[in-house]
Design a protein around this ligand. Sequence first.
Ligand code: SF4
Length: 727
Amino acid sequence: QQSVPLQRLESKSVCPYCGTGCGVIIEHDGQQITGVRGDPDHPANYGQLCSKGSTLHLSCHGSDRASEPLRRDRASGDWTALTWSEALTQMAGSWAEIIHRQGPQAVALYVSGQLPTEDYYVANKLAKGFIGTNHIDTNSRLCMASAVTGYKLSLGMDSVPCAYEDLEETDCLFIVGANVAYAHPILFRRIEAAKLRRPELKIIVADPRRTPTASIADIFLPLQPGTDVALFHGILHILIWEDHIDRDFIATHTEGWEELKARVQNYTPQRVAEICHISEAELRAAAQAFGEAPSVLSLWCQGLNQSSHGTDKNSSLINLHLATGQIGRPGAGPFSLTGQPNAMGGRETGGMPALLPGHREVANPEHRSEMTTLWGVSSIHPQPGYTAVPLFQAVERGEIESIWISCTNPVLSMPDQQQVQRALNRARLVVLQDSYLGTETADYSDLLLPAASWGEREALVTNSERRISHLQKAVPAPGEARPDWMIYRDFAFALGAALDQLQHPLPDQRDSSWHDRAQRLFDFPDSASIFREYQRCTQGRDLDISGLDFALLDNQGPQQWPFPAGAKSGQKRLYSDGVFPTPSGRARFHAPEFQGVAEEIDARYPLRLTTGRLRDQWHSMSRTGKVAALFASDEEAFLEIHPEDAQRLKLKNEDLARIVSRRGHNVLRVRIQKDLQLGLVFAPMHFGRRFAPAALCNQLTLPAIDPVSGEPEFKHTAVRVEPAIFP
Ligand code: SF4
């Protein structure tokens, strides 16, 4: 017998981890992914991959892949296999009964920044256009929501105005609340290379922790957690005093300057140094570097966003760029780094409770009217739905009876985990749509719907610089697993049939039945048909992508939006003409007062806990936890603590410490870290019960949220630490 030679095939894709969006070439034999390498043609990474991206192929296989629909018995915890038809019929029956009895607001979806654009679009249409609930939020709420509201308040639209090329072109980088070295490693390599090429490039890093990113800083500002607004106001105070502001730009392109100027008058260098626990000299040096550089690029991530005042922090940083005219030029602008691979795509398709596709808003009657026409529905509920934390609180109250969670693990990733667990225990039906069986959330689910994963379907994603990539399918999904958009579509068909059985009233006379309505609204045979419909929603909007199609993306490579019909390429930078998408055409200064953290330290909880990422792990480790090499630098969860705090608490390196907050406690191994501030402790966010049963750091965090963005304050929790003594 002759053996059949293995095929050596390649498919273009994008790394499914961080928002850098590095191009990847998947090596496979048509059935199995056998290797990956960086795509030399992708403008995000030009062939480079970090430790996580370069081991992607090792994360694809495993016995915990979800390959068939499953039903869990709550009493025994046992799973039973179902057919797709059984699973969707059971779920649709349950949702139809809830909708018929309680109305559509009694069901909710909770999705993920890891879902591709097509999936986001269909899930959003299902919720807002078909079912009639705006209760659809995403785990991007935990990540970039404050950047969204900051951009909209200041610039009039949710958009990153810069491009990665600006990393190489800038004269001054202001990195604040972002550990780029760990969270966006390939962008950090680009920064390192730029600094090597041009040593005169000034780098300012502001962070409560001296992270590896600070290793390349010319000026490091170790500010107290939560004091960013005071820092930015203090810098602006000095910029005004030293006459580094751009009066022409302010006069021609902005509004609200006088109010802001009056606000920052009180933020004297001395006062700001006291609030931020930095020296006046450090503050003045940072302001001087910012003010004197021909171009300044600010990078930020969760350090600003994950805060009960995240919107204020974002808009106060953008103030600095508007006051100095540092926007819309090469190397200049405020540049938020997206955490997840398609958090941007989710925002674009309206996958949040206050949004509609094409950067439209639920609360705007004109936008609702445009979307009802585009979708062919009679109305969209005018009230924005719940954001993530209030959403799970509504589930706990019983107001929302069933929740459908896709591609995310809220039992690990949401703040105040005990609340999320109580909510899911209370829910009548918890549906989990995921590629993996072993997540913490699976333990609280009634129904598991198996989703195709990376490399097993085609997809579209948008990275941090507004660049849209087309990901090709390389191999088949295991067993019965399907693309998420297909599950949403097929559920719409099943729900239509179930609503017809209950004779649930139709919202209009356009269709003769819910079944017909579902068929009309979800006539999506493939990804391309979804993309075409979504494109129509962007026509004439700020993010117009009507000039794109799959073939163009494959032939010309990934493109930045906007890319309207007839365009030859996407737009590298926004606002180069100084016109902003606000009613007046001017960018807006905002003048918030500095406010402290939501939960201050006190005698019982005297230490400040901040949480964050490790270099080699991703989220709750469903993928990275499969790769042994990715445990080489950090084998387990840990608690970093300053040597003096450790000594006072009688803790040594490697001891086990108990960390207690007002909501819970856990046990972590001590790592003494001299670079940490006195009074600050740090724990990584990734480890769930599979890797460290007692180390879930979100048992400690609090559900306080930013009042505008709804983003939780992961970056500061008051805790106490004590030796863990076991009998
Ligand atoms: Fe993937 Fe981000 Fe690493 Fe690029 S930098 S390879 S997108 S994890």
